[in-house]
Design a protein around this ligand. Sequence first.
Ligand code: PAF
Length: 190
Amino acid sequence: AWRAQGLKVGFVPTMGNLHAGHMSLLAAARFRADRVIASIFVNPLQFGQGEDYNQYPRTPEEDARLLQGAQCDALFMPEVAELYPEGGTQATLVSVRGLADVLCGAFRPGHFDGVATVVAKLFGIVQPDVAVFGEKDFQQFVIIRRMTRERTCSRVNSRIDRKTPVADAAIRSTKTATAITHTITAKSNT
Ligand code: PAF
């Protein structure tokens, strides 16, 4: 509906347990878009052996409170079964070859495939015009930028913003959202 009104949609994907760093991503998204959607999803696919998915901190009430304060317009908090309908197995992986298996990726096999796969799913559902990622995870950012370029066959405008230490990628998604929109809950309206 926002897009139909000509509004630009910004997106900040997170795994929750939000802190000041996430707030700066939301501010950067707000600066670049008319409406801001955040997602909270602890993605099992990006956790390797010995990395405890179950122990990952989950603080949904506190996160929702912070998001309201940060003028976030909508929060998308899917269940694992919504993003992984086939259960424990995911046959379709987004693998950014040459970028995902070096540096950090060399020590965390499958991690960046898990990240790229879930971000591709989230982009398909949310269809943002702009998405904002922390520069802290620079390898992740480079992988997502490459993945977005190749999947949407578009030139992705991206730049590093030194003032609000974030990297952002403008996304032109060609996917259409389906019934998933009902799980996007309006949190606050400014
Ligand atoms: O950076 C993160 O918090 C995660 O890797 C992301 C991008 C939300 C994907 O699960």
